[in-house]
Design a protein around this ligand. Structure first.
Ligand code: ADE
Length: 269
C-alpha cells in the first residue's frame, strides 16, 4: 500500500518510522511518502494561510499550495488514490472504515492546521476522486497530523503480513465476527498470582467452551458498562440464549422491535 501525507509539519509524522508501521515500511508492505506543503508555495514567506472570507477568528489554508501539491502527488503515481481529509466536521473514523481503506492500494492524507482548508480544494478533487472527510472523535485537535497517525496505525495493522499472528485482530473490539460491536473484556498473563490477585480460574481450566463463554460474558459486561449505546443498536440476532440471560442480569430487556434497551437507573421493576 502506498501512503502520501501532505503537511506543514513533516517532523510530526516521524512516529511512522517506529514500531508496527515502521516495521511494515521496512518490510516493504507500506510505501510512505511525506511531503512538505510549503514546497508548493511561491512567495518568499512560504505562506499557506490567510484570513477567512466573511470574517471570524483564525486563519484558513489557502487553496493554491494544496491544489499544486495534490496535482503533483497524483501525477507521481498510477491510478487514483482515496484522499483522506482529517477534520472534526468529518464522518466518524470507525473500524469498518479502517478495514475499507486497508483494501485500497493508495491513500493520500491532507492534515490541515488553522481553521481548515479552503472548501474549494475538497470540491475540486472530489469531482474526480474519492475524497473522505473523516473525524477521529468528538473533540478538536490543533491539526490533522495526530489523526493521520491514528488512522494509519489502525489501517496498517489490518494489512496482510503486518501483524505477526493473522488471528491477532479476530477478537478486537469492533472487529467483524463473533464479537462484532462488543468491547473486548480483560486479559491476563503469567504469573497466576500477583500481589494476592488470582487469574480467573476458568482461564486456567483448559475448557475451551467455558473460556469462550466467559470471554463473551465479560465482553457483554464491559460493553454494558462503558458503551451501552453499542448494545442498544446491536442486531438482536447476534445474541444467543446465554447472551440474553447475561443481558437480562445486567438490566437489559428486548423491546417491541427485538432490540435491547434498558430502563433508566432506578426505573427497573
Ligand atoms: N482535526 C482537528 N480535530 C480533528 C478530529 N477530531 N478528527 C480529525 N481531524 C481533526
Amino acid at each position: 500500500m502506498r501512503l502520501d501525507v501532505v503537511t506543514i509539519f513533516p517532523e510530526y509524522l516521524e512516529p511512522l518510522n517506529v514500531s508496527l508501521v515502521g516495521k511494515a515500511r521496512a518490510a516493504g508492505l507500506l510505501d510512505v511518502r511525506i511531503h512538505d506543503l510549503r514546497a508548493w508555495t511561491r512567495d518568499r514567506h512560504h505562506t499557506v494561510d490567510d484570513t477567512p472570507y466573511g470574517g471570524g477568528p483564525g486563519m484558513v489554508m489557502k487553496p493554491e499550495p494544496w491544489g499544486e501539491a495534490l496535482d503533483a502527488v497524483l501525477a507521481s503515481g498510477e491510478g487514483e488514490p482515496v484522499v483522506v481529509v482529517p477534520t472534526p466536521s468529518g464522518r466518524p473514523f470507525t473500524q469498518r472504515l479502517a478495514g475499507e481503506l486497508s483494501e485500497r492500494p493508495w491513500l493520500v492524507f491532507t492534515p490541515a492546521r488553522y481553521e481548515g482548508i479552503d472548501r474549494r480544494v475538497m470540491d475540486e478533487f472530489a469531482a474526480r476522486l474519492d475524497v473522505r472527510e473523516v473525524s477521529i472523535g468528538d473533540y478538536v485537535l490543533a491539526g490533522g497530523e495526530a489523526p493521520v497517525l491514528v488512522m494509519v496505525e489502525a489501517i496498517a495493522r489490518l494489512l496482510p503480513g503486518v501483524l505477526g499472528n493473522a488471528d491477532s485482530h479476530r477478537d478486537d473490539s469492533f472487529a467483524p465476527g463473533p464479537m462484532a460491536d462488543l468491547l473486548e473484556g480483560p486479559v491476563y498473563t503469567k504469573p497466576p498470582q500477583w500481589r494476592g490477585r488470582d487469574v480467573p480460574e476458568v482461564l486456567i481450566s483448559g475448557h475451551h467452551g467455558r473460556i469462550a463463554r466467559w470471554r463473551r460474558d465479560q465482553a457483554l459486561l464491559r460493553t454494558s458498562l462503558h458503551r451501552p449505546d453499542l448494545i442498544a443498536r446491536c442486531d438482536p440476532a447476534a445474541f444467543d440464549r446465554h447472551d440474553r440471560a447475561t443481558l437480562a442480569e445486567l438490566g437489559w430487556r428486548p423491546g417491541p422491535d427485538g432490540r435491547f434497551g434498558r430502563a433508566p437507573d432506578g426505573m427497573e421493576e
